[in-house]
Ligand binder design. Structure first.
Ligand code: DGT
Ligand code: CA
Ligand code: CA
Ligand code: ZN
Length: 582
C-alpha cells in the first residue's frame, strides 16, 4: 500500500481535532504543525518510515519521536491505535460538522457531550428545535449562526477544489495518452471551464475501439476503486475524486466535447440557436433536420453537418469557437455572434506577481529567495507584501510598522542585487469599517500597497471595501470577499459599485489565485471588467513554488472575460510603475 503525505497529514489533523474537542492541551497544536510539515514534505514520508523507521521520520521538522512512531505504526499496520481510541470516544463526523462556519472541534466536543450530536443532520435538528441555545456556553446567536451556515456547509461538502482535480485530470490524460486505442483525449465539464470547485472530472476519448480504451483507463494506477466499467463508459474514484470516462467515435468527438463541456445553461442557448436555423445539436453532431419528419426518432436523424471538431460545431451555428471558460451563459453567444468575444488574457502574458509573503511574516522563505523564485519564472517584477499587524490578524504573524521600515531597506538591497524589479510593499488589513492598518507616512514610502479584509467576513462588505479602494495609498484590494472555498462564503459585495469606485480611484481588484480562495470569482471579475476596473492576478505565495498557482488565477480571470489590458500584472514594468505612481 502506498500512503501519500496528504493522507498522513489528514490523519494527524483529524487526531488534533479529536483531542482538541476533548480539551487536551498542547498535543493538538503539535499534531497540526507536524501535519503541515508532512503534507509539504518533498519526499514520500511513508517510504521514509519503511526504509529508515521512526528515526528517519523524526528528522522532519516538527515531527517528534511520538509522532514519528505513529507514522511507522500506520504504515506497518494501517491503523494508529490511539487515534482509533479517540474516534471511539468521540464518534462524530468531525469533517462534516467543522465544515459549518463557526463550528470548531471544541464546539463539536461540547455538543456531543450535551446533546449527542454526531453529524450534520443531528446538528440541524437540534438547532431547529432550539436545543443548542440551552447548552452552557452557547446562546441564541450561535444557534442562529449554525442554522445560517448549515446549507452552505452541506452544499460545498461534496465539491473538490480545482487545484486538487486539475493535476489529477492531467495525470489521467497522461495515462490515456499511453493507451494505444486512444486517438484524441480531452477533459470536459466544469474542469475544462476552470470552475473554482468541481463535482466530478469528465474525460473524453476518441477511439475506434472503445472497449480497449475502457480497459486501459480502468488500469490507471491512481484509480483507487472502479465504480463502473461498460463498453464505452467507465467511472473510477481516485483520491476521493470521481473520474468519468466517455469514449466516442472520432467523427463525433467535437460534438461530445462541446456537449460535455457544458455548462448546461450554455448548451441550452446553443440548442435554441440551432432550432432557429432548422438544425439539431446534440452530443453526436449538428444535423440539418429540414426534410426530416420526426427528428426526435433518432438522435442522428437528418443530414450531419458537423461533429468532428468543436470549431466545426460552432461554425455550423455561424459562431466562432467560444473558449470553455466563457461557456456560462453570461452573454457569450451574443458576443460571439457579433464578433465581440474578448481576447482573453493568457498565462504566458503574465509578467509579475504583486502579492507574496516572506519569513518576515508567515512565509517560508527570505526576500531574496522569493525574488529569485519570481525571476526564475521569467517575471519582470515582483512585490514583497508581508502581513502588517492589525486587528483581525491571527497568530501574531504581522510585521510591526517600525519593523516594516527595516524590511523596506532590505527589500531595496535585494532589488539592487536582482535582475528584476523587486517592489517594496505590504499587505495591510482592511478593518471592519474599511480603515487601513498601517500608518499613512509608511504607506507613502512603499511601492505597492495591497489591502485585504481578514476578519468580520460576513454581511454586506460593499461600503467597507469601497472605502479601502478609495484610500489614496492602496494600490490593490487583496482577496476582496475573503471567501474560503468549502469553508466560508465571504462578504456580500456589489461588484459593480466596487468596480466603479476602484476604477475611479485607480486601485486594482485582485483575483487571488490561491486555490482555496479564487477571489474575485469569475462572475465578479466580469462585473469589474465591465465597469472598467483593473484586475491584478496574484498568488499570495508563501513559498516560491506557489508562484506556479498563478494559472488558477489566470483562468478565473478568463472566466470573467478579462483581456490582457485589464490585467495590471500582464503589463510592462514601466506601465505598472506608472499605475503605482512611481
Ligand atoms: P460539476 O461536475 O458538477 O462540477 O459540473 P459539470 O458542468 O462538469 O457537470 P456534469 O459533470 O454533471 O456534466 C458535464 C457536462 O455535460 C455539463 O456541463 C453539461 C453536460 N450535461 C450533462 N447533463 C446534461 C443535461 O441534462 N442537459 C444538458 N444540456 N447538458 C448536460
Ligand atoms: Ca463534471
Ligand atoms: Ca460527470
Ligand atoms: Zn497575502
Amino acid at each position: 500500500m502506498t500512503v501519500r503525505n496528504d493522507e498522513l497529514a489528514d490523519l494527524f489533523e483529524e487526531f488534533a481535532d479529536l483531542l482538541e474537542a476533548q480539551d487536551v492541551e498542547y498535543k493538538p497544536r503539535a499534531y497540526r504543525l507536524a501535519a503541515e510539515n508532512i503534507r509539504a514534505f518533498p519526499e514520500n514520508v511513508a517510504e521514509m518510515a519503511r526504509e529508515g523507521g521512526a528515526e528517519r521520520v523524526g528528522d522532519i521538522d516538527r515531527v517528534g519521536d511520538a509522532i514519528a512512531a505513529k507514522v511507522v505504526e500506520y504504515v506497518e499496520t494501517g491503523d494508529i491505535e490511539e487515534l482509533e481510541e479517540a474516534r471511539a470516544e468521540l464518534p462524530v463526523d468531525m469533517a462534516g460538522l467543522t465544515s459549518v462556519e463557526g463550528v470548531g472541534p471544541k464546539t463539536v466536543g461540547s455538543l456531543y457531550e450535551a446533546l449527542g450530536i454526531e453529524d450534520l443532520d443531528d446538528l440541524e435538528e437540534a438547532a431547529e428545535a432550539g436545543r443548542i441555545q440551552e447548552v452552557s456556553g452557547f446562546g441564541p446567536k450561535t444557534e442562529q449562526n449554525i442554522l445560517d451556515n448549515l446549507d452552505f456547509a452541506r452544499q460545498t461538502q461534496e465539491r473538490q477544489l480545482l487545484a486538487d482535480a486539475r493535476p489529477l485530470a492531467e495525470d489521467v490524460l497522461a495515462h490515456v495518452e499511453r493507451v494505444d486505442a486512444a486517438n484524441r483525449w480531452e477533459v470536459a465539464g466544469s474542469l475544462r471551464r476552470w470552475r473554482a470547485t468541481i463535482g466530478d472530472v469528465d474525460v473524453l476519448v476518441a477511439s475506434e475501439d472503445p472497449e480497449a480504451v475502457v480497459a486501459g483507463f480502468t488500469d490507471w494506477p491512481a484509480a483507487d476503486t472502479v465504480i463502473e466499467a461498460g463498453t464505452s463508459k467507465a467511472s473510477v474514484r481516485s483520491r476521493g475524486i470521481r473520474v468519468d470516462l466517455r469514449v466516442t467515435a472520432p467523427e463525433e468527438f467535437g460534438a461530445a466535447l462541446q456537449y460535455f463541456t457544458g455548462s448546461k445553461a450554455h448548451n441550452i442557448r446553443v440548442r435554441d440557436r440551432a432550432i432557429d436555423r432548422d438544425l439539431k445539436v446534440n452530443e453526436y453532431g449538428v444535423f440539418d433536420i429540414g426534410e426530416v419528419d420526426d427528428p426526435d426518432a433518432d438522435q442522428r436523424a437528418g443530414e450531419k453537418v458537423a461533429g468532428r471538431t468543436e470549431e466545426e460545431m460552432y461554425a455550423a451555428l455561424d459562431l466562432p469557437l467560444i473558449p470553455p471558460e466563457l461557456r456560462e451563459d453570461r452573454g457569450e453567444i451574443q458576443a460571439a455572434a457579433t464578433g465581440d468575444l474578448p481576447d482573453l488574457v493568457e498565462l504566458d502574458e503574465m509578467r509579475g506577481d504583486l502579492h507574496c509573503h516572506t519569513d518576515w511574516s508567515d512565509g517560508r522563505n527570505t526576500i531574496a529567495e522569493m525574488a529569485a523564485g519570481a525571476e526564475e519564472r521569467g517575471y519582470d517584477y515582483v512585490a514583497i507584501t508581508d502581513h502588517a499587524t492589525g486587528p483581525g490578524m491571527v497568530g501574531g504573524v504581522g510585521v510591526e510598522d517600525d519593523d516594516l521600515e527595516t524590511q523596506l531597506a532590505e527589500i531595496r538591497e535585494v532589488d539592487d542585487d536582482s535582475d528584476i524589479r523587486v517592489f517594496a510593499g505590504v499587505e495591510a488589513n482592511v478593518d471592519a469599517e474599511g480603515g487601513i492598518s498601517v500608518r499613512d507616512s509608511l504607506l507613502d514610502e512603499l511601492d505597492c500597497v495591497v489591502a485585504s479584509p481578514h476578519s468580520s467576513l460576513d454581511g454586506d462588505g460593499t461600503e467597507r471595501l469601497v472605502r479601502a479602494v478609495e484610500h489614496p495609498a492602496v494600490n490593490v484590494l487583496g482577496h476582496p470577499t475573503g471567501r474560503q472555498l468549502n469553508q466560508r462564503p465571504g462578504l456580500d459585495v456589489d461588484f459593480g459599485d466596487l468596480a466603479v469606485a476602484a476604477a475611479d480611484a485607480g486601485t486594482a481588484l485582485e483575483v487571488n489565485a490561491n486555490p482555496n480562495r479564487l477571489d474575485l470569482r469569475g462572475g465578479a471579475v466580469k462585473a469589474a471588467v465591465d465597469a472598467g476596473a483593473t484586475i491584478a492576478i496574484d498568488t499570495d505565495a508563501h513559498r516560491p513554488e506557489s508562484f506556479d498557482l498563478l494559472r488558477y488565477g489566470v483562468h478565473t480571470a478568463r472566466r470573467g472575460w478579462a483581456e490582457r489590458d485589464d490585467v495590471l500584472n500582464a503589463w510592462s514594468l514601466a506601465e505598472v510603475e506608472s499605475f503605482l505612481g512611481l
